[in-house]
Design a protein around this ligand. Sequence first.
Ligand SMILES: [Ca+2]
Ligand SMILES: [Ca+2]
Length: 423
Amino acid sequence: MQQRFAFYATVILGLLLEQSYAQAPTVTGVSPTSGSVGTVVTVTGNNFTGATSVRFNGITASFSGVTATSIIATVPGGATTGPISVVTPGGTGVSATTFVVNPVPVISSFTPTRGYEGTVVTLTGTNFGGLTSVRFNGLNAPGFIVNGAGNSVTVRVPAGATSGLISVTSPSGTQSSAANFAACGPAPVRAGFTFLGGNQTSAFYLSTGTATWTGAQANCQAAGGNLAKIPDAATSALLVTATGGIKYWIGLNDVAVEGQFRWVSDNSLATYFNWCVNNPNNYTGIDPNGEDYVSIDCANGQWNDADNRNVPTVNPLPPYILELPVCATVSTSTIPITEAIDVSVHPNPAHTTATVAVPALTGATITTLTLTDALGRTARTETVALPATGLLYEMKVSGLAPGLYALRVEAGTLRTVRRLVVE
Ligand SMILES: [Ca+2]
Ligand SMILES: [Ca+2]
């Protein structure tokens, strides 16, 4: 009995001693030295055996592969830049260097909040530096440009975009905007004009031909609009960027009262000005009646009052900018995932009918198919049974105006939107 007691006492003492004298861990290396949430990191050092915790700036991480000199850890959600620590029964080791956690990009706002395909949208936010993609309601928008400070992105609304949230993705993760972007489909076609872009209220087009100012305004009215109004510096910059700095007529004139410049679209007095140096000067050297029509004539989109160019001059006739109201309110989805159902539709473009294939969905016995036009107006709504074998549904499209439609397929809480062209 005494021998057995002595044996156990020795064992227990030995365990106590080992516990007491376990060496504190030291962290000597981290690879890589930066990463995003989910990045796998190798931590090297000494005395890691028995590790109970690995932390990134205090946030507990999952880990594996513990040896005396290394641990594999994964950057945890919520981690911030700071040291990595390893905890063992012998103590805590802290890296001398900080591990840099790349922050997740965040969209704080965007403008405009509606627009046609090709419209430039500016996203404002933070951590756009390592951006890998921008999406409109899940649809990739290629060719985005991040500014140097990483707090602004310009991106064009991609063809086929549907209304919904805008999301940005970097290696650190994906974040969606809080508000929906209203996608208006392709810009309406206007003969003799090319769509340039738009802002919150207007769509702008550049004429393919040239004209006098009065001829240009007549052509714009025939197209359903007016020569463009430039009420602020942002609109001026939009047009200068979109046109590449060429010369063009705008809707400003002082035809009614000399020196009182008004916009032709709404007859309002101009309050924002961007004159070329020494202008307006109502020069009478070319046309003795003076200069009553404004064109973009100088650098940075600056304005010159000019004659109507009815008389032969050394100045060629310029093209001109048509302004139309931007699309009206369009329906928006508040469901960020729009690929929830694997829907297919054919033919597309469709002429008389479109066959919509909806797979069987657990728990769903009916599905609603809604066709909306480019302005968000409902053109067709059908609620039909969704069989256990899936659905092949012939949707009638004859009688609909040709154009772009959004086909929304809903079943239970799931929803998918597909683009459908009717010819
Ligand atoms: Ca004048
Ligand atoms: Ca002038």
